[in-house]
Design a binder for this molecule. Structure first.
Ligand SMILES: NC(=O)c1ccc[n+]([C@@H]2O[C@H](COP(=O)([O-])OP(=O)(O)OC[C@H]3O[C@@H](n4cnc5c(N)ncnc54)[C@H](O)[C@@H]3O)[C@@H](O)[C@H]2O)c1
Length: 244
């Protein structure tokens, strides 16, 4: 069994997931990195200080059986599971009047069903260990809504309910569950927005800058640390004040 703590992290290949991986590896975690494609994530793996300490798995988080395989392979390799970070997420923005069923269901499948799939398989291990930390990456849009984001905001609001229910069901087993709600973070996901839309967002941010993936990684690191052992069922906005 690994003598270092082990975290399963989804959507690890880039953006916020990449920053979380770099931060946790630096802090001495062994990581099971879940990515849709091995190619993209293997560059990240090689950039971690001790690549041999981590496991990289290709999987689509929206598939229940894939989540089961990932948790099982992670357990086979490390023999313990201390934290799960559900970070994988997609957007398919459209106004409701034009939104297709596929745009709705694919976003719900990855963002909400994906988190359920991993929690469902990680939880029994954590209950057996009588310890575990679960961090879901939501969005302030899940709290305040967003134009053209009916699917995305519903998925992220769903994650709030999932997180709070988990905290209530498994607090007595030594397991915490929290949600980090990023505001506007500079990644590939927000790169596609028009300059006009970006300007609009910026004017609403009291700290007058967009967030970085590292801003999110720092809060995730805190939630996995001993200092956060009494924090559960909480939603932490990391938005520079865009939502408060
Ligand atoms: N960037 C922002 O401003 C912002 C704001 C609020 C919330 N978020 C959330 O933060 C998380 C990370 O976003 P990001 O900005 O780094 O985006 P990103 O697009 O750069 O990264 C998303 C990651 O999820 C992975 N992924 C997507 N679908 C997957 C699937 N089916 N199976 C496995 N992996 C899959 C991608 O491969 C990628 O690694 C997401 O949940 C996103 O909703 C981002």
């Amino acid at each position: 069994m690994s003598d270092r703590p082990v975290a399963v992290l989804t959507g690890a290949s880039r953006g916020i997931g990449e920053a979380i991986a770099l931060r946790l590896a630096e802090e001495g975690w062994n990581l099971t990195l879940i990515s849709r494609s091995i190619d993209k994530a293997s560059a990240l793996l090689e950039s971690l200080s001790r690549p041999e300490d981590h496991l990289l798995l290709a999987a689509d988080v929206s598939l229940f059986s894939e989540a089961e395989r990932c948790v099982s392979e992670s357990m086979k390799r490390f023999g313990r599971l201390d934290a799960l970070i559900n970070n994988a997420g997609i957007t398919k923005d459209n106004l409701l009047i034009r939104m297709s069923e596929e745009e709705w269901s694919s976003v719900l499948s990855v963002n909400l069903q994906g988190a359920f799939n991993f929690v469902r398989h990680a939880l029994p291990v954590m209950v057996r260990q009588r310890r575990g930390r679960i961090v879901n990456i939501g969005s302030i849009v899940g709290l305040m809504g967003g134009v053209g984001q009916i699917n995305y905001s519903a998925s992220k609001a769903g994650l709030v309910g999932l997180t709070k229910s988990l905290a209530r069901e498994y607090g007595s087993k030594g397991i915490t569950a929290n949600l980090v709600a990023p505001g506007f973070i500079e990644t590939a996901m927000t790169d596609v927005l028009s300059e006009e839309r970006k300007k609009e967002y910026l004017s609403g941010i009291p700290l007058r800058r967009f967030g970085t993936p590292e801003d999110i990684a720092g809060v995730v690191s805190f939630l996995l640390s001993p200092e956060a052992s009494y924090v559960t069922g909480d939603v932490i906005n990391v938005s520079g004040g865009l939502y408060m």
